[in-house]
Design a protein around this ligand. Sequence first.
Ligand code: GSH
Length: 196
Amino acid sequence: MKIVLFFYPKTRATRVRWMLEEVGADYTLQTLDVRAGENRLEPYLAVHPHGKVPALTIDGRPMIESGAICGWLADAFPASGLAPALDAPERADYMQWLFYASATLEPALGELFMAKRKGESGEAQAAAIVPMVAFAERALADRPWLTGEAFSAADVILASSFQWLRAMAPEMLPAMLSEYSTRAFARPAARRASAI
Ligand SMILES: N[C@@H](CCC(=O)N[C@@H](CS)C(=O)NCC(=O)O)C(=O)O
């Protein structure tokens, strides 16, 4: 299987690189100069219709959306143990968190990011994130990772989201979630993926 990751550092592409490192996939890193707008040029729009990163090609077939890609990688490389089995009770939690982080938490983080970029206080946007942070805090109160003792692709996504929140508004991240994110990013695969 030939996998190419279209990448730019310090973006959602890092989490996909992290997953590729976790599963031990053989992949090619294709760095796009996002600052120069290379991601918006025609050749890349055939891979990602909106000119965003990340995208993968798998034997030439494009795939987008970092949450979906991380979930797919966990299933495509089952020996990595990064997804509970289809019939495991933890599978429901796993799917919930993959989608919750991508579909609920991240759009709210995006709103806060945009507000701050416009020089606004972001107070209303931050208020919307508070119950989401509390939800994650409850989920992790009695376990090291979202599905229990085993680290999974859902943790890659959630820890990445919290890393982003920590960069934007560190005071919003409770110590326990800050420690969770730090612990996740201390994994060797995450360190390799974060090295520019
Ligand atoms: N929901 C998408 C979001 C992708 C996205 O917004 N990527 C940003 C970087 S984190 C991007 O490509 N920004 C550059 C641009 O829009 O030109 C995913 O998770 O893959």
